[in-house]
Design a protein around this ligand. Structure first.
Ligand code: GLN
Length: 232
């Protein structure tokens, strides 16, 4: 390991509430699969990170305007985003799913959304997917900046459903957040760590090397297990 004093510190933006990938502990500390992976990779590769929980869309915008060095936020690798960003190797498979308030048996498929409101988070794959089918199924879209407010809108009954990432909604439902998954997941991108196109290529390389080392050492599985296999 390099001496601490020569280690470069990178500013990394993330979402504010996207468990199990990033969320705040009661003591204010940010934890989750993304945060733990990034910290472990930074330690393995000898760099430092400063985590900036900005919210998903704000994080992506901050990266685009080069106010931060990278984004780790359950950010899906998509062809459109590859025009603006360079991504690491994928580190987690995702996909979009629909959820409703627990116990709502009226909504079983997309066509049941006719005339209803659907909550999405600005700038996400879930928002793009909902937008792509809204005219076909005749529903309206309500946008939010973070998942917590979006889920609350469904729980209070203003929105009938929410489209968000499968691993996040499944984790939340499993934790008893008051929502239940309805549909099979739509295929979606895998998560990757992003930098601005052509910027910080060394950081992407270090991320990939660190990720591969963590997979080899078993640390990657250990981090995932911490969040995904705990009995509820
Ligand atoms: N995976 C989704 C996307 O990249 C959502 C990410 C998020 O809400 N943090 O659009």
């Amino acid at each position: 390991q390099a001496a601490t004093t020569d280690e470069k510190t990178y500013q990394i933006a993330t979402d504010i509430t996207f468990a199990p990938f990033e969320f705040q502990e009661t003591n204010g500390e940010y934890v989750g699969i993304d945060i733990d992976l990034l910290n472990a990779i930074a330690e393995d590769q000898g760099f430092k990170v400063e985590i900036k929980p900005l919210g998903f869309n704000a994080a992506v915008q901050a990266l685009e305007s080069k106010q931060v060095d990278g984004v780790i936020a359950g950010m899906s690798i998509t062809d459109e985003r590859k025009n603006k960003f360079d991504f690491s190797d994928p580190y987690f498979d995702s996909g979009v799913v629909m959820a409703v308030k627990e116990g709502n048996d009226e909504i079983k498929e997309y066509k049941d959304l006719k005339g209803k409101k659907v909550a999405v988070k600005t700038g996400t794959e879930g928002a793009s997917f909902a937008t792509s089918i809204k005219d076909k199924y005749g529903f309206k879209i309500v946008t939010f900046d973070d998942s917590a407010n979006m889920y609350d809108d469904v729980k209070t009954g203003n929105s009938t459903a929410v489209f968000d990432d499968y691993p996040v909604l499944a984790y939340g439902a499993n934790q008893g957040n008051g929502l239940e998954l309805v549909t099979e997941k739509e295929s979606g991108g895998s998560y990757g760590f992003a930098v601005s196109k052509g910027q910080n290529p060394e950081l992407i390389q270090q991320f990939n090397e660190g990720l591969s080392n963590l997979k080899e050492s078993g640390e990657y599985d250990k981090i995932l297990d911490t969040y995904l296999s705990a009995p509820k």
